[in-house]
Design a protein around this ligand. Structure first.
Ligand code: CUO
Length: 649
């Protein structure tokens, strides 16, 4: 037992416990009271953030506790970054821990949780520490108001309760048919963690930590969110998502029926609402940014701050473009190309109170934890995605040499029956409720319906003339569109979802490669609950059990339950693609260990500053234009599979 690690794990869990209340752990709150950062400025690699933080605090300029924090508000975010940097620059664990205890009761709890989480994800001495699931730290952002009210009633009565949560809306709203995906707590937790692993405000140079292919990951992860949503829509007889446009009505409204802990309900948007000028962002700005980005794409070069041209005409163009559109700190010219995507979130979040006349709180689009609840999220991201598509379509088609693997042939692929179903899942609501002196905690949970699938295994038969290390990519695409027409490959590629990517040894002769759905490089299993985590750490500290520390712990990753789209009761046909290429040619030798993918690197990259393990563009070979005839080579295999939804209502 690594006692030091366990103690640290325990201390982080305590720091994140009921953050909206004063710290209930005596040693931490005492430490927070007695620590004086001003006496220890020499203990920070860079002391200016902590100096600013103390100044902001003593002059009463920090966002007060209890107020709503959103990352999209410049002032809120700047302050949060000051907190993050104070934690990140602490030279040793003790300084980090004391700074965190100090901030715990002084800084706005939303800012504190965000800053502490990102610091834990990026400091060397916290590597391997497991954070509680976001839906347990902040249940309000994940469950609806009805559940919160029922939970309060149960606590008042001091009775344990399980509260059933329904999806937002009614059957009269067709969009509700896919609410199970947009409101899935695991999916929202994945999305919010992605943005903590790849913050758009990350100052690579200053923090000395490179995030390999960050702009490309922004494109790929979000592209996959939309493709997956589209396959889910198809499974529910809904057409693919249409992009939104700045000068058109947003046909479908959205009533989140979700409430902030303090500060009221999330604002709703009626049907057919139009974009409005905000105080600081105008609709015309969005049109202008889009025009400039389209210009850059069509001339295959962006203009940099110095007025130079920076080429987009190669495989790294997508990375440059991702950074420009999100935008991240690495945007080549933020003044000229603006902040198309981030402003899109704000435009949608503030659409019903554009001038702040009614002092409405931020909309669901202004938090990564809640954004996908609004169907307009997928429409905004489809709009952004179409810009990426425009760029990819201008790149040359893959050559035979790039697509093929001479001497290697995939001769067969079999897979178990693909079956999906709904199941119940309980979320701990303990953190959602205010503590009152007189009332003890009782166990209160929200019970949600969520999609899952039966585990399955692929068997891939490869005939090879040589011993080789193969990169295996598995994709799933729709077969028929909403009208029942078979989708041509060049269109189908846009809706292809990545199922897995892994490395396999292939021997001369015949090799059968087996791969389980649970091993997918896209997904992670259910996050450990805070309660289990606390117990495990406690037991290990007492010497009652052992605790396995995984230094490569993954918080980001699509939920493994959602690996397959729902399909239909009568079985819905999809096309499965397996592509086997020469890993030696695409291998990036930057990892200290032998990499077979695993974890959740497909959408979430390699953490800890290492490079992405292969050099092919994400989405290869479906990311570029396809000419049906010459595309399929012997090292690829396609077959029709059926996904059957088992209705167990
Ligand atoms: Cu993840 Cu728009 O970037 O939500």
């Amino acid at each position: 037992v690594d006692r030091e690690f366990l103690t640290r794990q325990n201390e982080i869990l305590h720091l994140l416990n009921k953050v909206h209340e004063p710290n209930r752990f005596k040693d931490q709150s005492e430490l927070g009271r007695s620590y004086d950062p001003t006496a220890h400025f020499d203990k920070y690699k860079n002391a200016s953030p902590v100096k600013s933080l103390v100044k902001l605090y003593t002059s009463g300029q920090l966002l007060p506790r209890g107020h709503i924090f959103t990352l999209f508000n410049d002032k809120h975010r700047e302050q949060m970054i000051t907190v993050f940097e104070s934690l990140f620059y602490a030279q040793d664990w003790d300084t980090f821990y004391r700074t965190a205890c100090w901030a715990r009761d002084r800084v706005n709890e939303g800012q504190f949780v965000y800053a502490l989480s990102v610091a834990v994800l990026h400091r060397e001495d916290t590597r391997g520490i497991v954070l509680p699931p976001a839906y347990e730290i902040y249940p309000h952002l994940f469950v609806n108001s009805e559940v919160i009210h029922a939970a309060y009633r149960a606590k008042m009565r001091q009775e344990p309760a399980v509260v059933r949560m329904n999806f937002t809306g009614t059957v009269r709203n067709p969009e509700q048919r896919v609410a199970y995906l947009g409101e899935d707590v695991g999916m929202n937790s994945h999305h919010s963690h992605w943005h903590m692993d790849f913050p758009f405000w990350w100052k690579e140079q200053e923090y000395g930590s490179h995030k390999d292919r960050k702009g490309e990951l922004f494109y790929w992860m979000h592209h996959q969110l939309i493709s997956r949503f589209d396959l889910e829509r198809l499974s529910n007889d809904l057409p693919f998502v249409e992009p939104l446009y700045w000068d058109e009505k947003i046909v479908d409204g959205f009533y989140p029926q979700t409430t902030y802990r303090v500060g009221g309900e999330f604002p709703a948007r009626p049907d057919n609402f139009e974009f409005q000028d905000l105080k600081n962002i105008k609709v015309k700005d969005m049109v202008d940014y889009t025009r400039r980005i389209r210009e850059a794409i069509s001339q295959q070069a962006v203009i940099t701050k110095n007025g130079d041209y920076y080429s987009l005409n190669d495989t790294t163009g997508i990375d440059t473009l991702g950074a420009l559109i999100e935008p991240s700190v690495d945007s080549k010219h933020p003044e000229y190309y603006g902040a198309l995507h981030n402003y899109g979130h704000i435009m949608l979040g503030q659409i019903t109170d554009p001038k702040g006349k009614f002092n409405m709180p931020p909309g669901v689009m202004e938090h990564f934890e809640t954004a996908t609840r609004d169907p307009a999220f997928f429409r905004l991201h489809k709009y952004i995605d179409n810009l990426f598509k425009l760029h990819k379509d201008l790149l040359p088609k893959y050559t035979q040499a790039e697509l093929s693997f001479p001497g290697v042939k995939v001769s067969d692929v079999t897979v178990d029956e693909l079956v999906t179903y709904f199941e119940d899942f309980d979320i701990d609501l303990l953190n959602a409720l205010d503590d009152t002196q007189e009332l003890d905690d009782v166990e209160i949970k929200a019970r949600v319906r969520r999609l899952n699938h039966k585990p399955f295994t692929f068997h891939i038969t490869i005939n090879s003339e040589l011993d080789a290390t193969a990169a295996v990519r598995v994709f799933l695409g729709p077969k028929y569109d909403w009208f029942g027409q078979e989708i041509p490959i060049n269109e189908k590629r846009l809706y292809m979802v990545e199922i897995d990517k892994f490395v396999a040894k292939v021997n001369k002769g015949t090799t059968v490669v087996q791969r389980k759905s649970s091993e997918s490089s896209v997904t992670i299993p259910d996050r450990e609950t805070t309660k289990d985590l606390v117990k495990k750490v406690h037991d290990a500290l007492e010497g009652k059990s052992s605790f396995y520390v995984c230094k490569d712990v993954r918080h980001c990753g699509y939920p493994d339950r959602l690996l397959l789209p729902k399909g239909k009761k009568e079985g819905m046909p999809f096309t499965l693609y397996v592509i086997v290429t020469d890993f030696e040619k695409e291998k990036v030798n930057d990892l200290p260990w032998d990499y077979d993918y695993g974890g959740s690197i497909s959408y979430c990259g390699v953490l800890s500053g290492h490079k992405y393990p292969d050099s092919k563009p994400m989405g290869f070979p479906f990311d570029r234009h396809i000419d049906g005839d010459h595309f399929f080579t012997e090292n690829m295999y396609q077959k029709e599979v059926k996904i059957t939804f088992q209705d167990n209502e």
